[in-house]
Design a protein around this ligand. Structure first.
Ligand code: FE2
Ligand code: FE2
Length: 269
């Protein structure tokens, strides 16, 4: 297998036509039979792979040129809000501050570090971010739709999340960050697969457009404090970062194994 095929398999899982801005093939390669996967790839993973006879390293979080253009994937926040029924202008305004702050921090990032080492080492290397988060979003949403019934409570939503083995075995279980476990969920929005969590802006837009419960995989404390003050009657559930990432990553790695690739996973405990 080659690196193009490794990327294509991920794109095909969610029907994406192009490699999104937060994903990239950093060093091309072919004849790949043994592969190392890590959510975060550093020099250590590249060196470990070379020392132990792996033919390719696949990471999740953006690195290299995908880190430099990562900010562009934040457009997906606006699109997802619109998909969830938020009017276009409101969706744009709700995501503006976060899109700008990620744009600025993309300029701060040292995007060269693993890229240059992999090139010098001639180690085939790619990172696949949004396609696998999008897959995770769909799987989370599907599970919730299957389990939802009238009078569904936040604790039932937590139970549905715990059905995922990735979430079940995570050291930090899902959290009801706003609301109480016995409160009805009302309408639930799964907001994931958009570069990062939607922070204050996306949750606010969802709360104002008919959703009672927002599911994020993580959130910053300042955003949570603002939401708690402004929407005391609404609910927010945190499913957990790495466990939720793995919900989309595991089916991809399983697909590679089905195609005869040996995979070592340096994630998912
Ligand atoms: Fe992540
Ligand atoms: Fe992710």
């Amino acid at each position: 297998m080659n690196t193009k095929e490794l990327m294509q398999i991920a794109l095909d899982l969610v029907g994406m036509k192009e490699i999104p801005a937060d994903s990239a093939i950093h060093v091309e390669g072919e004849g790949i039979k043994r592969l190392l996967f890590a959510i975060d790839v550093s020099s250590a993973e590249l060196l470990f792979a070379r020392m132990n006879g792996y033919h390719c390293v696949v990471g999740h979080h953006p690195r290299g040129l995908a880190q430099a253009s990562y900010y562009a994937i934040l457009e997906r926040q606006t699109e997802l809000l619109e998909d969830l029924g938020v009017p276009q202008e409101e969706a744009k305004e709700a995501t503006r501050a976060l899109r700008e702050s990620i744009f600025l921090s993309s300029h701060r990032a040292n995007w060269e570090d693993t890229l240059l080492l992999a090139k010098v080492m001639e180690m085939p290397y790619l990172n696949i971010h949004n396609p696998l988060d999008e897959l995770g979003r769909r799987l989370l949403e599907r599970r919730i739709k299957e389990r939802e019934k009238s009078n569904w409570k936040l604790k039932d939503l937590i139970s549905a999340l715990l059905e995922f083995p990735e979430i079940q075995k995570a050291p930090n279980p899902p959290v009801v960050a706003m609301g109480s476990p016995d409160a009805p969920t009302g309408r639930v929005a799964v907001f994931h697969g958009t570069g990062t969590n939607g922070g204050y802006g996306a949750a606010k837009a969802l709360f104002r457009n008919g959703y009672n419960t927002v599911l994020y995989i993580h959130i910053d404390y300042q955003d949570l404090e603002k939401l708690r003050k402004e929407f005391p009657e609404k609910n927010l559930v945190i499913s957990g970062h790495i466990a939720s990432d793995m919900i989309g990553i595991n089916p991809y790695l399983e697909e590679l194994k089905r195609r005869g690739i040996e995979v070592l996973k340096l994630s998912d405990l």
